[in-house]
Design a protein around this ligand. Sequence first.
Ligand code: AFP
Ligand code: FBP
Length: 324
Amino acid sequence: MSRVALPQYLENAAVAAELQSVILGLAEVSVDISKSLAKGALAGVLGAAGAENVQGEDQKKLDVIANDMIKDALAALPAVRGLASEEEAEVVPCHTAGSYLVTFDPLDGSSNIDINSMVGTIFSVLPHRGEAPVTEQDFLQPGRHQQAAGYVLYGPSVMLVLSTGNGVAMFTLDQDNGTYLLTESEVVIPADAKEFSINMSNQRHWAAPMQAYIADLISGKDGPRAKDFNMRWVAAMVADVHRILCRGGLFTYPWDSRKPDQAGKLRLMYEANPMGFLVEQAGGEIWTPEGKILDIQPEHIHQRVPVILGAANEVALCVDYHQR
Ligand code: AFP
Ligand code: FBP
């Protein structure tokens, strides 16, 4: 069976040529990252890099390698006016005539690297604004402004999941020739859920409404929900969101009392906004307890945000626990 390759898909979807170049550039570099990941210990790329990133987290060697690879690939594209990475303190100006600003998390879920489990690359493409050279202020646009967003999941197969604002498509890497082929063209998240995803070990640190909501979920058929729910946690947002796009459910990384000013663990511009774009395009919802994440006006590029995403009815119910 002949499948549509990524470049043809972008042509068919009438995606602007400059935006195509950004998406294809990210796709190409992801193939190289997947090769480094596949070599693992043989290439000496596992383990810590011995430094902390701007988030105060230990960097893995592959965090640094993937970050450098994506930076170099994007900086070579005339369409890219500037980039911002979860691993970099400052935004990086690129081409003054470029139309797009790109934010990315080069290797999400990097604690999974050393156990040979799933990780991913997340990206978000925003329109440029302001004068050259690019400043952090230019990036501070609500997620609603995104022109494209997606991720690459490095798992048993390598998959690119993409939206350019017209639904969500999934592509699988053909390892024989390094091309992404369309394998799912209309991703839809069912409105109801029977599965949820949360790091339960943090339970005592959540706000009371989240504790009540999860307690009702796990009380099963005999509880107020009168239904059994299953739970999954991969510890890589890419993999947990991928499962929700494939078979539904709710994912949350809630507000946590240990970091009241930082809201939670996930980053608005590298994780929540791009995943939110995909989730909304697939018919799901993404909220904080206060409102829709894609409407948030960012205050700084490394901002964190509590996240509740996935099945529309389940997200609404979880938010309702917080707003009662
Ligand atoms: P990294 O940014 O260190 O790769 O962390 C990944 C992540 O932010 C997100 O992808 C996961 O959902 C979450 O961390 C897992 O966090 P726990 O440590 O609480 O399991
Ligand atoms: P499969 O045989 O369906 O692959 O199930 C896998 C498994 O038996 C174990 O590998 C795993 O620890 C467990 O199921 C997960 O179970 P749960 O669904 O309770 O999380």
